[in-house]
Ligand binder design. Structure first.
Ligand code: ZN
Ligand code: MN
Length: 495
């Protein structure tokens, strides 16, 4: 038996991704694209594949696809056409899917994926083409299968990468970055819950053993619908393939066919579905009902102008412009609407303070309500003003968090709330001295520790400051409080 520890393993991973485009209507008919509608309510003779009907291309879908392809550094075809991919399945009423075969809309691109510590992995994009989705088989009732054709004909962008990814984590990051890209471009909602992004990794490994290289057969894991499943399925596949090779040295690419496998989320394993012998022959041929698409320079320039700032560039710019940490800028850029809100509010408020408030109470509130910060519905002016009055010292950080909470119930400007609630910071040193004295009298033990106990000094001083803030009802200026506490302690120390 070969010892696993003597092997050098290099995973080779490529991805095939289907992204649902955010058009109002379907790819080749005017039926609405709508999630959660009554089954088979958004259908017509075209998407049901009735004889004699004529499909008409959705121009927005083509523009969304080209916008994405540009962002993925792809070449855009000047001329592209539609092909029929034939197969039989209950969720495909026409018995063929309209797709693109030999002349895809775009090809030869790349996408840079951060791999940590400022490094990136450049992943080649082989092609990105348009096609229509199939319907959905429903197995809710164990004795029958039902078919919902609402999804039939929904526009999909299929993106195929080169096998450039080298770990499950890299593939995970690729998928999350792609989601951020398509949502920033406004071409897809990118919702996992609604099945708008589906992933199919191709995985095999190069095993180095006693100076020789062995390649395991490629397996394709079908239809993953979460980032977590992508990472888990790839990690599982890498280990499975190495173990299968250890058990059978003929488990190599030249001697075994490519496999299709399915991910069993409950068991955390992939399961064999079919080998190459049974692979489909799709009998592709040009769709005679659809005219080819010519993409001229004028059209292309117009779409290029709609691409906007890409999330990766925006991240770099905002990090510098607002002096944010890498982690904070990622939080703020979570979704485009929240990032837009941040920049607009920063313009009328105080950017650095807003950054802190964004990642503390605003994002905590969004997490609590399971929405984005933009979806909290706090308008730009008030969010900006809150950061401004905090930065100017009119209120302290604790009061800011309290006011933020109240802003959900009151439409008033934050400063008005501060005045009404008596949260405007007291700058009067005499008043603060009274509070400090009061806190010292009430907490003799902490005072003793703050002077005499080197181990507890820092903690005790922090405790005293907290007590002063409490006595002041959150109105004291923490900076001045800190100063007064130090002065008082120094005075006592020398006694
Ligand atoms: Zn239709
Ligand atoms: Mn496809």
């Amino acid at each position: 038996m070969i010892d696993r520890n003597n092997l050098k393993i290099r995973p080779i991973i490529g991805l095939e991704i289907h992204v649902q485009l955010a058009t109002k209507s379907k790819m080749f008919c005017s039926c609405p694209v709508e999630f959660g509608a009554e089954p088979n309510s958004n259908v017509c003779p075209v998407c049901l594949g009735m004889p004699g009907v004529l499909p008409v291309m959705n121009r927005s879908a083509v523009e969304y696809a080209i916008r994405t392809a540009i962002a993925l550094n792809c070449q855009i075809a000047g001329f592209t056409k539609w092909d029929r991919k034939s197969y039989y399945y209950p969720d495909l009423p026409k018995n063929y899917q309209i797709s693109q075969y030999d002349l895809p809309l775009s090809f030869d691109g790349s996408f840079d994926v951060p791999t940590g510590e400022g490094q990136t992995r450049r992943v080649g994009i082989i092609r990105a083409h348009l096609e229509e989705d199939a319907g959905k088989n429903i197995h809710d009732n164990p004795s029958i299968t039902q078919v919902d054709l609402n999804r039939t004909g929904t526009p999909l962008l299929e993106i195929v990468t080169e096998p450039d990814l080298q770990s499950a984590d890299e593939a995970f990051t690729f998928c999350t970055e792609l989601q951020r890209l398509v949502t920033y471009l406004g071409v897809s909602e990118g919702s996992m819950q609604k099945g708008q992004m589906r992933f199919e990794p191709n995985v095999n490994v190069i095993i180095e053993y006693e100076g020789l290289e062995y390649r395991t057969p490629i397996s394709e894991v079908k239809n993953l619908n979460s980032f977590k499943a992508v990472r888990s399925a790839i990690a599982y596949e890498i280990e499975r393939q190495v173990n299968d090779w250890i058990a059978d040295r003929d488990y190599v690419i030249d001697k075994r066919p490519k496999e299709n496998r399915g991910w069993n989320d409950e068991k955390g394993i992939t399961e064999f579905q079919r080998g190459k012998e049974e692979a489909h022959d799709y009998r592709y041929f040009p769709d005679p009902d659809l005219v080819p698409v010519a993409i001229d320079e004028t059209w292309l320039e117009k779409i290029k102008a709609s691409v906007g700032e890409l999330p990766v560039n925006r991240q770099k710019r905002m990090k510098h412009e607002y002096a944010l940490s890498e982690a904070d800028v990622v939080t703020i850029l979570h979704d485009k609407a929240s990032a837009d809100l941040f920049e607009a509010a920063a313009g009328m408020g105080h950017a650095v303070t807003l950054g802190k408030q964004f990642i503390s109470f605003w994002s905590a509130k969004a997490n609590e309500l399971k929405c984005t910060i933009a979806e909290l519905g706090i308008d730009t002016d008030r969010m900006g003003e809150l950061s401004k009055i905090t930065a100017e010292g009119k209120i302290n950080a604790t009061a800011a968090a309290q006011i933020a909470e109240m802003m959900f119930d009151r439409p008033d400007p934050p400063f008005k709330i501060a005045v009404d609630q008596g949260l405007v910071q007291v700058k009067d040193e005499n008043q603060m001295q009274v509070w400090v004295d009061e806190a010292f009298t009430a907490n003799q033990k902490a005072v003793k520790d703050a002077i005499g106990n080197p181990k507890k000094q820092k903690q005790a001083r922090g405790f005293l400051a907290g007590q002063v803030m409490k006595i002041s009802g959150g109105k004291a200026d923490p900076k001045i409080v800190g100063k007064l506490i130090e002065e008082k302690l120094t005075g006592m120390d020398s006694n």
